[in-house]
Design a protein around this ligand. Structure first.
Ligand SMILES: C[S@@+](CC[C@H](N)C(=O)[O-])C[C@H]1O[C@@H](n2cnc3c(N)ncnc32)[C@H](O)[C@@H]1O
Length: 251
């Protein structure tokens, strides 16, 4: 599936923390708002698929829920457990892990679901999410919005960013490429780390989804869409922003 993955970031999870310090916070806020609206209450069982460094688990545990995590990357799992030794985090692939357990809420946020580059991978993952969701349970997915990326406007093709942390200084140069036929967005990011001679290249590809397309996939896997938003505050908009947050009920 993951033809090109976020390899460098995922092998060295602390880079992920440097470059996305707010990622988990924004996603957690969106998840919390959706849960408050569609599944209020404390003490829910939750599963965070593609949990990364454990930011969402940390938030949900702090809100009184019991949250387990799955991630395909062993370094990510090891790092999450180093930060939070008591977390229930295990290694697994979203398409086929089997915890033999069903949860009140299943989460798949950040860019995890967009690693499903092929239609077959999307089907395998959603079938597996349904197997892990209680009947009537809630599924929350975050996606990259094809409506935003695949419009006629010129895409921002080169991005430069500076990372200055206490013990880590680097400049990153990213090249963005769109593959419209396959609805994918590729980001080739070169890291020039201060004090290191050789640059490091991160080559990652993400699937883009249109709103009706993902609704159709979800319906085929017995999920009924409750709502879609492009802001973590769940505002009513025309869904033209980059990220889509989707809430669906398991039938
Ligand atoms: C961008 S990070 C998001 C982490 C976290 N959900 C957050 O919002 O902060 C994406 C995570 O998905 C994981 N991932 C990618 N493909 C996966 C797969 N097939 N199964 C499980 N996890 C996967 C990666 O290892 C990575 O930790």
């Amino acid at each position: 599936m993951t033809k090109k993955s976020n390899k460098h970031l995922i092998r060295q999870p602390w880079y992920y923390e440097y470059i996305y310090p707010e990622a988990g916070g924004i996603a957690a806020q969106a998840c919390q708002n959706i849960i408050d609206e569609f599944c209020p209450g404390k003490g829910l069982s939750m599963l965070d698929i593609g949990c990364g460094t454990g930011k969402i688990i940390s938030h949900m545990t702090g809100s009184g829920h019991t949250c387990a995590g799955i991630d395909i990357s062993k370094p990510m799992v090891d790092y999450a457990l180093l930060l939070h030794p008591k977390f229930d985090v295990t290694q697994g692939d979203m398409r086929n892990f089997d915890l033999n357990k069903k949860f009140d809420v299943v989460l798949c946020v950040g860019s995890t679901f967009t690693s499903n580059l092929s239609n077959a991978d999307v089907h395998a993952s959603l079938a597996n999410f349904h197997r892990h969701c209680k009947p009537g349970g809630l599924l929350i997915i975050a996606l990259l919005n094809a409506s935003r990326f695949l419009g006629a406007e010129t895409f921002n093709e080169h991005v430069e960013m500076r990372v200055d942390e206490e013990d880590f200084h680097a400049t990153t140069f990213s090249r963005h490429l769109l593959d419209r036929r396959n609805q994918s967005f590729r980001r080739v990011r070169t890291w020039r780390i201060d004090g290191e001679d050789d640059p490091v290249v991160d080559d990652a590809e993400f699937r883009l989804f249109f709103p009706l397309e993902i609704e159709d996939y979800l319906g085929q896997h017995k999920f009924s869409v409750l709502g879609m938003w492009d802001t973590p505050e769940l505002k009513e908009t025309d869904l033209s922003d980059r990220r889509l947050y989707i809430a669906a009920r398991a039938l």
